[in-house]
Design a binder for this molecule. Sequence first.
Ligand SMILES: [Zn+2]
Ligand SMILES: [Zn+2]
Length: 167
Amino acid sequence: MTSNGGSIMEGGCTCRQLRYRLCGTPLVVHACHCRWCQRETGTAFATNALYEADRVAHLAGEPDVVVTPSASGKGQRIARCPACRVSIWSNYPQAGHAVRFIRVGTLDEPDQLPPDIHIFTSSKQSWLTLPPSAKAVAELYDLESTWSAESLERRRVMREKAKAQQA
Ligand SMILES: [Zn+2]
Ligand SMILES: [Zn+2]
Protein backbone atom coordinates (compact mmCIF):
# COMPACT_ATOMS: atom_id res chain seq x y z
CA MET A 1 0.00 0.00 0.00
CA THR A 2 2.77 2.38 0.89
CA SER A 3 5.18 3.42 -1.82
CA ASN A 4 8.79 3.62 -0.74
CA GLY A 5 10.28 4.44 -4.09
CA GLY A 6 11.78 0.98 -4.44
CA SER A 7 14.57 1.65 -1.96
CA ILE A 8 15.98 -1.17 0.14
CA MET A 9 14.60 -1.17 3.64
CA GLU A 10 16.80 -2.47 6.42
CA GLY A 11 16.65 -2.24 10.16
CA GLY A 12 17.71 -3.82 13.39
CA CYS A 13 18.04 -3.58 17.13
CA THR A 14 19.94 -0.94 19.07
CA CYS A 15 23.13 -2.97 19.66
CA ARG A 16 23.15 -4.00 15.95
CA GLN A 17 23.48 -7.72 16.70
CA LEU A 18 20.16 -8.23 14.89
CA ARG A 19 19.80 -6.88 11.35
CA TYR A 20 17.01 -7.53 8.85
CA ARG A 21 15.97 -6.54 5.33
CA LEU A 22 12.40 -6.19 4.09
CA CYS A 23 11.52 -7.35 0.60
CA GLY A 24 9.06 -5.08 -1.20
CA THR A 25 6.23 -3.02 0.23
CA PRO A 26 4.25 -3.91 3.35
CA LEU A 27 0.77 -5.46 3.20
CA VAL A 28 -0.42 -2.58 5.36
CA VAL A 29 1.00 -0.34 8.09
CA HIS A 30 -0.93 -0.01 11.36
CA ALA A 31 -0.60 2.57 14.06
CA CYS A 32 -2.15 0.74 17.01
CA HIS A 33 -3.43 2.82 19.91
CA CYS A 34 -4.57 -0.09 22.10
CA ARG A 35 -3.54 -0.12 25.76
CA TRP A 36 -1.46 -3.27 25.22
CA CYS A 37 0.71 -1.57 22.59
CA GLN A 38 0.98 1.55 24.75
CA ARG A 39 2.27 -0.54 27.65
CA GLU A 40 4.65 -2.65 25.54
CA THR A 41 6.22 0.37 23.84
CA GLY A 42 5.96 2.72 26.81
CA THR A 43 4.55 5.34 24.46
CA ALA A 44 1.32 6.46 22.76
CA PHE A 45 1.05 3.86 19.99
CA ALA A 46 2.91 1.11 18.15
CA THR A 47 3.62 1.33 14.42
CA ASN A 48 3.70 -2.07 12.74
CA ALA A 49 4.32 -2.89 9.07
CA LEU A 50 2.78 -6.25 8.16
CA TYR A 51 4.92 -8.53 5.98
CA GLU A 52 4.82 -12.16 4.99
CA ALA A 53 7.49 -13.97 7.06
CA ASP A 54 9.37 -14.93 3.87
CA ARG A 55 9.79 -11.24 2.96
CA VAL A 56 11.73 -10.59 6.18
CA ALA A 57 15.35 -11.66 5.71
CA HIS A 58 17.49 -11.90 8.82
CA LEU A 59 20.91 -10.56 7.82
CA ALA A 60 22.61 -10.93 11.20
CA GLY A 61 21.71 -12.59 14.49
CA GLU A 62 18.74 -14.72 15.48
CA PRO A 63 16.05 -13.25 17.70
CA ASP A 64 14.78 -14.79 20.92
CA VAL A 65 11.03 -15.27 20.66
CA VAL A 66 9.32 -14.27 23.90
CA VAL A 67 5.67 -15.18 24.43
CA THR A 68 3.96 -12.13 25.90
CA PRO A 69 0.34 -12.00 27.15
CA SER A 70 -2.04 -10.46 24.60
CA ALA A 71 -5.59 -9.10 24.60
CA SER A 72 -6.90 -12.27 22.93
CA GLY A 73 -5.43 -14.43 25.71
CA LYS A 74 -3.50 -16.43 23.10
CA GLY A 75 -0.19 -14.59 23.57
CA GLN A 76 1.86 -12.54 21.19
CA ARG A 77 5.25 -13.97 20.09
CA ILE A 78 7.72 -11.08 20.24
CA ALA A 79 11.11 -11.45 18.50
CA ARG A 80 13.75 -9.70 20.58
CA CYS A 81 17.49 -9.25 20.30
CA PRO A 82 19.16 -11.75 22.67
CA ALA A 83 21.60 -9.03 23.82
CA CYS A 84 19.82 -5.64 23.97
CA ARG A 85 16.25 -7.09 24.11
CA VAL A 86 14.80 -4.60 21.65
CA SER A 87 11.80 -6.10 19.82
CA ILE A 88 11.97 -6.11 16.02
CA TRP A 89 8.78 -7.97 15.08
CA SER A 90 6.00 -10.08 16.49
CA ASN A 91 3.36 -12.65 15.53
CA TYR A 92 -0.22 -12.54 16.69
CA PRO A 93 -1.92 -15.96 16.75
CA GLN A 94 -5.01 -14.52 15.02
CA ALA A 95 -2.96 -13.47 11.99
CA GLY A 96 -0.82 -16.64 12.07
CA HIS A 97 2.91 -17.20 12.08
CA ALA A 98 3.08 -16.35 8.38
CA VAL A 99 2.60 -12.62 9.12
CA ARG A 100 5.23 -10.58 10.89
CA PHE A 101 4.37 -7.27 12.48
CA ILE A 102 7.61 -5.34 11.91
CA ARG A 103 8.27 -2.57 14.44
CA VAL A 104 8.60 0.38 12.07
CA GLY A 105 10.72 2.28 14.59
CA THR A 106 13.50 -0.30 14.15
CA LEU A 107 13.99 0.57 10.47
CA ASP A 108 17.06 2.63 9.59
CA GLU A 109 14.67 5.03 7.84
CA PRO A 110 11.34 4.64 9.62
CA ASP A 111 9.87 7.66 7.80
CA GLN A 112 9.53 5.38 4.76
CA LEU A 113 6.52 3.61 6.25
CA PRO A 114 3.91 6.01 7.60
CA PRO A 115 0.71 4.36 8.90
CA ASP A 116 -2.03 3.48 6.39
CA ILE A 117 -4.57 3.24 9.18
CA HIS A 118 -4.85 4.06 12.89
CA ILE A 119 -6.54 1.27 14.87
CA PHE A 120 -7.99 1.08 18.39
CA THR A 121 -8.36 4.86 18.51
CA SER A 122 -11.01 4.26 21.21
CA SER A 123 -8.04 4.19 23.61
CA LYS A 124 -5.93 6.83 21.82
CA GLN A 125 -4.17 9.10 24.31
CA SER A 126 -6.19 12.29 24.52
CA TRP A 127 -3.30 14.73 23.90
CA LEU A 128 -2.62 13.20 20.49
CA THR A 129 -4.50 14.67 17.51
CA LEU A 130 -4.45 12.68 14.29
CA PRO A 131 -4.26 14.51 10.95
CA PRO A 132 -7.78 15.07 9.53
CA SER A 133 -6.84 13.01 6.46
CA ALA A 134 -5.78 9.98 8.51
CA LYS A 135 -7.79 6.79 8.18
CA ALA A 136 -8.81 5.79 11.69
CA VAL A 137 -11.07 3.19 13.31
CA ALA A 138 -12.24 2.75 16.90
CA GLU A 139 -11.02 -0.86 17.04
CA LEU A 140 -10.45 -3.25 14.13
CA TYR A 141 -11.43 -2.86 10.46
CA ASP A 142 -12.56 -4.86 7.46
CA LEU A 143 -9.52 -6.05 5.50
CA GLU A 144 -11.41 -6.57 2.24
CA SER A 145 -12.45 -2.92 1.98
CA THR A 146 -9.20 -1.44 3.35
CA TRP A 147 -6.24 -3.36 1.92
CA SER A 148 -5.10 -2.82 -1.66
CA ALA A 149 -5.99 -5.45 -4.27
CA GLU A 150 -2.30 -6.42 -4.39
CA SER A 151 -2.14 -6.92 -0.61
CA LEU A 152 -5.32 -9.01 -0.63
CA GLU A 153 -3.85 -11.19 -3.36
CA ARG A 154 -0.63 -11.62 -1.35
CA ARG A 155 -2.78 -12.58 1.66
CA ARG A 156 -4.61 -15.19 -0.43
CA VAL A 157 -1.27 -16.71 -1.55
CA MET A 158 0.03 -16.71 2.02
CA ARG A 159 -3.08 -18.57 3.23
CA GLU A 160 -2.78 -21.15 0.47
CA LYS A 161 0.85 -21.76 1.48
CA ALA A 162 -0.10 -22.08 5.18
CA LYS A 163 -2.82 -24.59 4.27
CA ALA A 164 -0.40 -26.62 2.15
CA GLN A 165 2.08 -26.71 5.04
CA GLN A 166 -0.56 -27.98 7.47
CA ALA A 167 -1.74 -30.73 5.11
ZN1 LIG B 1 20.56 -5.86 20.06
ZN1 LIG C 1 -2.20 -2.67 19.83
